[in-house]
Design a protein around this ligand. Sequence first.
Ligand SMILES: NC(=O)c1ccc[n+]([C@@H]2O[C@H](COP(=O)([O-])OP(=O)(O)OC[C@H]3O[C@@H](n4cnc5c(N)ncnc54)[C@H](OP(=O)(O)O)[C@@H]3O)[C@@H](O)[C@H]2O)c1
Length: 335
Amino acid sequence: MSGDINRVVRLKSRPVGMVKREDFDIVDEPVAEPGDGEFRVKVDYVSLDPAMRGWMSAGKSYVPPVGIGETMRSFSVGLVEASNHPGFKVGDAVAGLLGVQTHAISNGERCYKVDPAQAPLERWIGGLGMPGQTAYFGLLEVGEPKEGETVVVSAASGAVGSLVGQIARIKGCRAVGIAGGPEKCRYVVEELGFDACIDYKAGNLADDLKAACPDGIDVYFENVGGEILDAVLARMNLFGRIAVCGLISAYNSTEPVPGPYNFRSVLVNRLRVRGFIVFDFADRIPEAVRHLGEWAAAGKLKMREDVRDGGVDAFPDVLNLLYTGGNLGKLVLKL
Ligand SMILES: NC(=O)c1ccc[n+]([C@@H]2O[C@H](COP(=O)([O-])OP(=O)(O)OC[C@H]3O[C@@H](n4cnc5c(N)ncnc54)[C@H](OP(=O)(O)O)[C@@H]3O)[C@@H](O)[C@H]2O)c1
């Protein structure tokens, strides 16, 4: 045995509303040795994803919930430190579903090797990882934007949204973001190059959307839901597409969520509304990573990580930043 300690976050109870420290057991355990066909990763960065809140809840979803007492599920990245697996050797950098813990055992399922020479480790769970792949497939395969069209994306300064607008620009579209507060909107326009960004907290969403999208909206990349979805539905063009990626405004709701009130727009405008989960495109990950990497290398796609310290103990507090808009860019916990 190595004698090292694995500090791990285990789900203790199903949260109600925002997560609380008491919903988790954060404990020290002896580091496990990898069995046959397994390897052990010393985790350096954990991805904080809005979906984590859903993974903690019972009920039907696209993946089973994390069980009570189980390690909290997460995308993480780190270096292999012990291996009995033919495909992964000591020193390899690996990203995948490794959980919120300092030392993870894996059999290689849902894990892949990444290249730290191409990009820093944390980017492989950000712009080159699951959020980047989500933006790529969600916009291009589900939204199907055409040159000259107007693409609107909510949570525009975040991990997924920031890339969606930039890819829309690469494809010759007008990119309009929706984000919370003037500083985020400034970042989205001045640093990411969107054509416009609307501050939904300013209180004039409908009018601001009309001004920013004089030709209406052809593609809406939905990350938020609620009032923002309703405002966008009212401006959608004939045969527009809505890629439903996330509905973060409802993830901590304890009451049923109403609406959308403007659903009639789907009928009269013959909209195509399609939800998707990035896992639907799992067999095409290399294609997405190649394009994202090429655009980033060419300076066309900016990726930003918002890295927080505090180790696994900070997990509940840092996770909640996603639901209060406390992050700018891809939220990552450094271990
Ligand atoms: N379908 C998939 O496979 C898939 C994969 C990855 C992510 N997603 C979804 O994509 C969305 C974005 O995820 P991300 O990882 O890129 O997170 P993110 O955008 O980096 O962070 C979440 C952001 O959501 C905004 N937000 C939170 N609560 C809100 C509310 N009540 N109203 C309006 N905006 C709110 C905040 O930005 P503001 O400060 O601008 O409000 C916050 O910074 C989420 O809905 C997530 O579930 C889906």
